[in-house]
Ligand binder design. Structure first.
Ligand SMILES: [Zn+2]
Ligand SMILES: [Zn+2]
Length: 423
């Protein structure tokens, strides 16, 4: 007996050339966060080319260059399916014939190379394919689909700005939200686990004010470079000495900027960093210790009052257990039990959950593998995957076309059908 999911996916062979062509196009034409205008236009064009009739509604420009598509197909649950759309300022070094040659100008006027180094192009292509397949086989399902093509995940403000721009009033309330990410792993496999799988994020900015002087007379100034160096070392003890060893936390200073010339002591230094945890209380404690340490450091130097601010807060991605069990079961049926693995919790962060959180809706977020399964298995056996394969954000991150794309489509269709499938 053919299942409704199998009936939908029976069309995958027919649309595969289109899917692969679309993916290559997106890969060659990445755009920076909040500048995904051509990508959004392509999504709109693709959605409008589908025969959705009056039941297919397209909304653009919610909180940035986003595209939402709502398909009403009878009674049943409402399922939100999300893809993020942005690339990164990375110079592609994959050697692929469809590699990006794109350069773009940032909001600060800097010219940078752009690459789909996080694989969001696979998310856009597989979600459009999911929609196309579901529209080809409408009798197999019943309910409402809400597709969200979300900008600016990499900048951590895409979901936030969609929510701030009235997302919850403009889209129907979902009964569940589903999202996926291409990750290092065997192509053909998926990674899914209930509970907390990705960390919360709180970025911070510190401005240390010193007193400028000639480099040869440090005693006439207050040197913010030395102050910054000392502060960075002190911040290494936030997690190691001041947070419970039972807690999981990371404090990283990722950016320091000060000075213009060898023989000038500058008058200020800027430090930026990130706090990642699995617990709001731990995050709050880390930020409190950081701020206290910053103020004490400045005071120790007799320096002017420093500035401390936080930005880009992201919540923990905490998969709803019941929804995740349902997704996992559907993926096991579609892909085979041996292709379903656990999602290894990581300290990376993701803004997907801000969409379902805006409604208080349950959600599941999972990963799908990007690399040749045989090579991956060999590396895994040797314990050398970390060295053998580039990670997301690497200039060499190059998912194999297949079965990566097919798996992303099959996973998304199977997961959505776990709610809207008929019979
Ligand atoms: Zn990323
Ligand atoms: Zn990503």
């Amino acid at each position: 007996m053919t299942t409704p999911t199998a009936r939908v996916l029976a069309h995958l062979d027919d649309i595969r050339p289109w899917l692969e062509g679309l993916y290559r196009h997106l890969h060659a034409h990445p755009e920076l966060s909040m500048a995904e205008h051509a990508t959004a236009q392509r999504v709109v064009d693709e959605v409008r080319s589908l025969t959705g009739g009056e039941e297919l509604e397209v909304l653009t420009g919610i909180g940035g260059p986003s595209v939402c598509a709502v398909v009403r197909n009878g009674e049943g649950p409402t399922v939100l399916l999300r893809a993020d759309t942005d690339g990164l300022p990375v110079e592609e070094a994959t050697g692929l014939d469809y590699a990006s040659q794109v350069r773009a100008t940032t909001t600060t006027g800097e010219s940078v190379p752009v690459m789909h180094a996080c694989g969001h192009d696979t998310h856009v292509a597989t979600l459009l394919a999911t929609l196309r397949l579901l529209l080809l086989e409408r009798a197999a399902w019943s309910g409402t689909l809400v597709l969200v093509f979300q900008p600016a995940e990499e900048q951590f403000n895409g979901a936030e700005s969609m929510v701030a721009d009235g997302l919850t009033e403009r889209l129907p309330r979902p009964d569940v939200a589903l999202g996926q990410h291409v990750l290092t792993g065997a192509a053909g496999s998926v990674m899914v686990s209930p509970g907390p799988i990705m960390a919360s994020c709180d970025d911070f900015r510190i401005v240390l004010h010193g007193m400028g002087a000639h480099g040869s007379s440090p005693h006439r100034g207050i040197d913010p470079v030395v102050m910054a160096a000392s502060l960075v070392m002190r911040l290494q003890t936030v997690v190691s000495r001041q947070v419970s060893p039972q807690a999981t936390a990371v404090v990283t200073v990722g950016r320091i900027q000060a000075g213009t010339k060898t023989n000038i002591i500058p008058d200020h230094a800027v430090l930026e960093g990130t706090v990642r945890t699995y617990d709001d209380e731990v995050a709050a404690r880390c930020l409190q210790i950081i701020e206290r340490t910053v103020r004490a450091e400045a005071e120790a130097w007799g320096a002017p009052e420093p500035q401390f601010e936080t930005f880009d807060h992201l919540p923990v991605t905490d998969n709803t257990p019941e929804a995740t069990a349902r997704v996992r079961a559907a993926l096991a049926v579609e892909l085979g039990e041996d292709q379903v693995r656990d999602f290894e919790p990581e300290m990376g962060s993701e803004d997907f959950s801000e969409l379902p959180n805006a409604w208080g809706a349950p959600y599941c977020y999972w990963g799908f593998g990007a690399f040749d399964a045989e090579l991956w298995a060999r590396s895994e056996a040797a314990g050398t995957e970390g060295q053998d394969f580039p990670s997301n954000h690497s200039p060499r991150f190059a998912p194999v076309l297949q079965p990566t794309l097919d798996t992303g489509v099959r996973a998304m269709v199977a997961a959505a059908m776990a709610w809207v499938g008929q019979g």
